[in-house]
Design a binder for this molecule. Sequence first.
Ligand code: KG4
Ligand code: ZN
Length: 296
Amino acid sequence: GGVVPEIASRKHIERINYVIEDALKQAKVTLEDITAVSVTYGPGLVGALLVGVGAAKAIAYAAGKPLVGVHHIEGHIAANYIEHQELEPPFLCLVVSGGHTHLVQVHSYTEFEVIGCTHDDAAGEAFDKVARVLNLPYPGGPQIDRLAKEGQNVYALAKPRTENPMDFSFSGLKSSVLQFKERCKRRNAEFVPADLACSFQETALKSLLSRVVYALDHVEGIRHFVVAGGVAANSRLRTLITETVAPNYPDIEFTIPPLSCCTDNAAMIAIAGTIAYQHGKTGSFDISADPGMELE
Ligand code: KG4
Ligand code: ZN
């Protein structure tokens, strides 16, 4: 029902050379054509990170190219520059992935300030866990997204509460879904899975967006709002942002990345590395996998 770290690392070892060869072939370039090698070295699962860092160092060393280390979340944020080349910091970014739920003030291409974060589960993690409660396969986010379209928001679930109005919390909501299902079972009562998916999704997304709205209302000088990460692929979240949030803020620009740039991809690490390289950053060959690396 999720990623098994040992299997993930082994698969990375098995596949990485093929992936790199294939990427070069599809891009119609050779290693000689490349300016620098960029690699994500944290945060994440240490085994998988080690394989990537090892491969990147080997390529960079053998080809005599600089090595640029990238923070995974910096990559998610940079994914927005792929389609929106006019996008420039400063902007406020909601980062919602399987491992992170952050509100980030992107002050410049290389300076980030986290002004809100989750106290427990990440948003994507909550989608994945609730999907498991509904017996849906992993990853659960796209499954809930699809099923919720067939349902209605009719079940009252626990609304996430946090002391800091820009922080997030999803474990109470996730437990509330589980308890609801167990209560139905005990009482031999039927429930409609699509309605439960829809009720969960609406509650989770409203909680995400209430933090965004608070930040837009209270943080000085925001002119641009951007989303990033796997959960940014959620169709309902995209609709809510464009149809219910954006119209209330005519002076703020809203950017949503294309679907292909939301979930994990190598292009986002490449573009983040390109930007870091253009700003004078090249990593030494001393970098190593850092599973708990901080964005700031
Ligand atoms: O950013 P990402 O690809 O990997 C991490 O860095 O974690 O995000 C993966 C997460 C998973 O939890 C997945 O269920 C969620 O993003 N996700 C979605 C959707 N597509 C992917 N969640 C809600 N709706 C979606 N359409
Ligand atoms: Zn990611």
